[in-house]
Design a binder for this molecule. Structure first.
Ligand SMILES: [Zn+2]
Length: 214
């Protein structure tokens, strides 16, 4: 449960990114104070990942405080944007599939942590393809959608740890880092990347823009 709590906090990397994208491209409301509160809680967790992995009292206190602050930040804003983006939609999609097929459930935060790395990698690939001058097909459509904000958005993603670092942090915290370790296979991961934004159609995540939906 400690590793899952840490995984849910790591998910703030991509949820905060998606919130900025939703504000820049989708006209969603944004609150810099709420975003900063959440980012500070996340940074404190990451800075103390060794203590959290070692289950020291100070580490557990840091993690617990960060989760509470992240929850309070959501309450201040009145919506979940700061703490829940495409990584949560992926997690919910996997959860629904496990329920549908009668399989054993996996802790929410364990799924969110693994999904955060999947989303970070997916976004890096798509923004790279969209930025290429000869981009075609869905990548060109994404470039068109992001318009002159594309370099700025790619810069925001560049500020995040990459997928391998996210997985390393999950391992230090003592949790699984890959979906397969949670019983989530490659086919389900690929399908969730194509469909999970439909769980929350009103939320303008980059995943929704990649999938070409309004
Ligand atoms: Zn969560």
């Amino acid at each position: 449960m400690v590793a899952a709590g840490f995984g849910d906090m790591l998910g703030k990397y991509t949820s905060l990114f998606d919130w900025k994208v939703g504000h820049a491209i989708g006209g969603e409301d944004y609150d810099p104070y709420v975003a900063k509160l959440t980012a500070m809680a996340l940074a404190e967790c990451v800075a103390n990942v060794e203590a959290i992995g070692d289950r020291t009292p100070a580490g557990i206190e840091t993690l617990t405080r960060a989760l509470i602050v992240s929850g309070l930040a959501m309450l201040i804003f009145g919506q979940s944007h700061s703490a829940s983006g495409a990584e949560h939609h992926l997690s919910h999609y996997w959860e629904m599939e496990l329920l549908r097929t009668g399989r054993r459930q996996v802790l929410h935060g364990a799924k969110v942590g693994a999904a955060c790395a999947v989303i970070a990698e997916h976004y890096r690939i798509w923004l790279g393809q969209a930025a290429e001058p000869q981009a075609s097909g869905p990548a060109a459509a994404l470039a068109l959608r992001l318009g002159d904000r594309l370099p700025e958005i790619a810069g925001w993603l560049g500020e995040l740890p990459d997928a391998s670092r996210i997985r390393e942090l999950l391992r230090i915290a003592g949790g699984p880092a890959l979906p397969e370790a949670l019983g989530i296979g490659a086919e389900l991961v690929a399908r969730s990347l194509r469909e999970a934004d439909e769980i929350r159609p009103g939320r303008k995540t980059l995943l929704r823009l990649i999938n070409g939906r309004p």
